[in-house]
Design a protein around this ligand. Structure first.
Ligand code: RFL
Ligand code: PHB
Length: 390
């Protein structure tokens, strides 16, 4: 089989790239090791920047997003019991974020791909990129017992942090920089109305808590938990009680509870792999970098990588210029490092660290009072949260 761009991974990065390429008449095939059902039951991000929404529009998959998303003009930060509103709209000159589940975005992209009859292999085993240091790269895999080879011009490694693409460059070609945090997030999804119209990020002496949502009838909540915890350690009653303890009484009193649709624990880490291009293999999204979820940046970074990569590939095919693909890694990494800084900062300010000294705690409080009293500090937060331009 032959195609122009072989895409490894059918998460938001791979699917969005595939759709943009298709609309620019560039052939592509997607291969994923997971089943479609598995991909559509993973619960992940919820906040989309306007730039990400614009890319979905460019890809022609924004009908449901436009009809169902919740536009948010701001969010609340809570320190102990003091609430400070961040007016995203006012501070950024009219920018907002969209609250729309990653699962829904993935479903929209999969449906569009299927409607166009574009080649996609799910449940593939032994997916491997080959020969990307030369002009004739190839992706091999096994699907339904059959060995398949895709000859291509380029390979897009969109297969996330545990994928094969980031493991494929030769030893020494990639530098991986990493920071881990001594806690995770325990998430719970339930069909109950959100406690507030906007998101609430809370730093409490018992740990961080986040109130988010998917729709007017579906809520998503998170609480900071020790890394050693397992989901089985947490009954839903224990979760709801702990969540309420970490919020101001007037907010806690308004929480509606119900049996969870899902509960899961995610560790928090920051990782960047440089560069993001190895000959004819390009890494995009979580395959190249991870941010802790506190700043809501992971999915949005995957989208901005795809934007730079798509523009580079379009330039290559339509203008016969490699300038865009040559600049890809540097352009993407510039934005990645801004988001890494912001996500690390927001994580550091909002969580309780196990070995925090009184000095560390006072610094967190000073950060909070900067945000409350300095419009410049709040504006910097708001600009980063709504997303830096790409
Ligand atoms: P994905 O979504 O991980 O997709 C990768 C795909 O590759 C497949 N794959 C393979 N295929 C073939 N061969 C192999 N060897 C393969 N190995 C893996 C996988 O099956 C999968 O289908 O990566 P992608 O596309 O780069 O997308 C990244 C985003 O999923 C991620 O950054 C976000 O979910 C992060 N994130 C958030 N981002 C935001 O922008 N806003 C948020 O509000 C937000 N909240 C979150 C988050 C991530 C979270 N978790 C679970 C870590 C909240 C949480 C709790
Ligand atoms: C979510 O709704 O899943 C969500 C929202 C904001 C974040 C992280 C996750 O910062």
């Amino acid at each position: 089989m032959r195609t122009q761009v072989a895409i490894i991974g059918s998460g938001p990065a791979g699917l969005l790239l595939g759709q943009l390429l298709y609309r620019a008449s560039i052939d592509n095939v997607i291969v994923d090791r997971a089943s479609k059902t598995h991909i559509l039951t993973r619960i992940r991000a919820g906040v989309l920047e306007e730039g990400t929404a614009a890319l979905l529009e460019q890809a022609g998959v924004d009908a449901r997003l436009k009809a169902q998303n919740l536009l948010h003009d701001g969010f609340d930060l809570v320190f102990d019991n003091e609430v400070h509103h961040i007016d995203l709209f006012g501070l950024t000159g009219g920018k907002r974020v969209h609250v729309y589940g990653q699962t829904e975005m993935t479903r929209d992209l999969m449906d569009a791909r299927e409607a166009e009859g574009l080649e996609t292999y799910y449940g593939a085993d032994d997916v491997l990129p080959h020969d990307f240091d030369g002009d004739n790269p190839r992706v091999s895999f096994v699907c339904d017992g059959q060995s398949i080879d895709i000859d291509c011009d380029f390979i897009a490694g969109c297969d996330g942090f545990h994928g094969v693409s980031r493991q494929s460059p030769p030893a020494g070609a990639m530098t991986v920089m990493e920071k881990t945090y001594p806690f995770g997030w325990l998430g719970l999804m339930a069909d109950v109305p959100p406690v507030s119209d906007e998101l609430i990020y809370a730093n409490h002496q018992r740990g961080f808590a986040l109130c988010s949502m998917r729709s007017p009838t579906r809520s998503r909540y998170y609480i900071q938990c020790p890394l050693e915890d397992h989901v089985e350690d947490w009954s839903d009653t224990r979760f709801w009680d702990e969540l309420r303890r970490r919020l101001p009484a007037q907010i806690a009193a308004k929480i509606t509870t119900a049996p969870p649709l899902e509960m899961s624990i995610a560790p928090l880490r920051s990782v960047v792999s440089e560069p993001m291009r190895f000959g004819r293999l390009f890494l995009a999204g979580d395959a190249a970098h991870i941010v802790p979820p506190t700043g809501a940046k992971g999915l949005n970074l995957a989208a901005s990588d795809v934007h730079y990569l798509f523009e580079g590939l379009r330039e290559f095919y339509t203008d016969r210029s490699s300038a865009g693909i040559d600049a890809y890694s540097a352009r993407a990494l510039h934005r990645v490092w801004n988001a890494e800084r912001f996500s690390w900062w927001m994580t550091s300010v909002m969580h309780r660290f196990p070995q925090m000294s009184a000095f560390d705690r006072r610094l967190q409080q000073a950060e909070f009072y900067q945000l409350v009293h300095s419009k410049a500090a709040s504006t910097a937060l708001a600009e980063n949260y709504v997303g830096l331009p790409f």
